[in-house]
Design a protein around this ligand. Sequence first.
Ligand code: GLU
Length: 508
Amino acid sequence: MAERRVRVRFAPSPTGPLHIGGVRTALYNYLFARQHKGDLIFRIEDTDSNRFVPGAEEYILESFRWLGIQFDEGVSFGGTHGPYRQSERRDIYKKYVQVLLDAGKAYIAFDTPQELEAKRSEVSNFQYDASTRLQMRNSLVMPKEEVDALIAEGKQYVVRFKIEPNEEVHVHDLIRGEVVINSSVLDDKVLYKSADQLPTYHLANIVDDHLMEVSHVIRGEEWLPSAPLHVLLYRAFGWEDTMPQFAHLPLLLKPEGNGKLSKRDGDRLGFPVFPLDWHDPKSGDKSSGYREAGYLPEAVINFLALLGWNPGNDQELMSVDELIQLFSLDHCSKAGAKFDYKKGTWFNHEYIMKKSDEDLAVLFRPVVEAQGIDASAYSDELLARMVSLVKGRVNFVKELWNQTRFFFVAPTSYAEKDVKKRWSEDTPRIMNELIDLLQQMEDFSSKPAEEKVIGWISEKGYHLGNVMNAFRLAVVGECKGPHMFDITELLGKEETIARIRRAVEVLK
Ligand code: GLU
């Protein structure tokens, strides 16, 4: 068989915000598609109208725009295999339901929910399948005229898949290897409901993957139990030759490793499990997102890429281009991946360090503005230089504020314990001398200013630590911060001297 073009899809149901596990699934599909120069499709699986949540589709699209995950086809992207929203494909599904009915691979069932409930309470472990279907109310046991009459009368029905018992069903999974089950464990799944004239997930999913020429189905482990049924559906349609290859990704586990990651774990430990903030229009629930929490999209991508996959060595920092090159389903693990959210913070720090000071300054400007500062008074260059002094100390852009606050706001009070330790009776006199010295300086940049001040201190026989700390206390308000003469260079002569004067006045 000729090599097939790689076509993969991400097919969310718009039932709420996209969970971070779904983002990882989309990312792996994206990496796989790019690596194989194939296509990535965005399909909306909205056949369950009860679970539809307004805004969810737009949320999902916005998440991928933020992360830089690009699709080639699909809802909002166009393409030749559309429509890509399942609710717009009703007629297509109806046609394929009819194909199965005509071939005797599916049948019409009239059992009401009450009748099914009664059966379940009568027979323990009741399953609608080859062993029970002939005791039920369906087209297998009713004369055709009766079936037609009931439908004509407007009775509601479902179409069920007629699963042959005792057949071996093989699922070849690119991550898990071969999974074999006996078809007798499966029930005759509902494929279509007359009530809303819509197919169920299983039928729509298979028909679409076939019609959209999907080559690989890469999805979460929670769909593994559906895979044997999907294989049987491909068989029933006679589509085995073009059946996609399956790859079921490992679960994302709680940080402690016991059980599936949930929103509650995020709330409990203080990390987001969604890409963006979300306010649920139905429940009013609020969920926090990685974007608003201050994560860089590159960091989120790198972090997620390693939750369930590794490059075969211990390399951790990888750009998207490197990930595209290195990604392989062979190196995806079967075992669940612990959601080590602290690692996410570490990645964010690393990506802050990788960013240029100029780019960080652009991200930092709104943080400054949010503090009520008129940021227009500060050039990009100045912000970039401030950032360069402190970025090593932060994990998030917004943390830059605490590290640089003193540049924007002169101290009006001074850390008490530092005053006790570093400000003595003699200090005002020495600070006034320092003011004179600074006043005379022509070059106020870091290195020359440092040389002059240090030279003066040793000439006078002053205590280096005491003088420098008093100087820092006066300018910063506490004995912390980056290199002193880098600070004074950015503040400038006038402001530096004004701050020392004020400290002398306030502290006497
Ligand atoms: N609509 C399913 C979901 O929400 C798609 C599963 C699949 O990829 O087959 O995840």
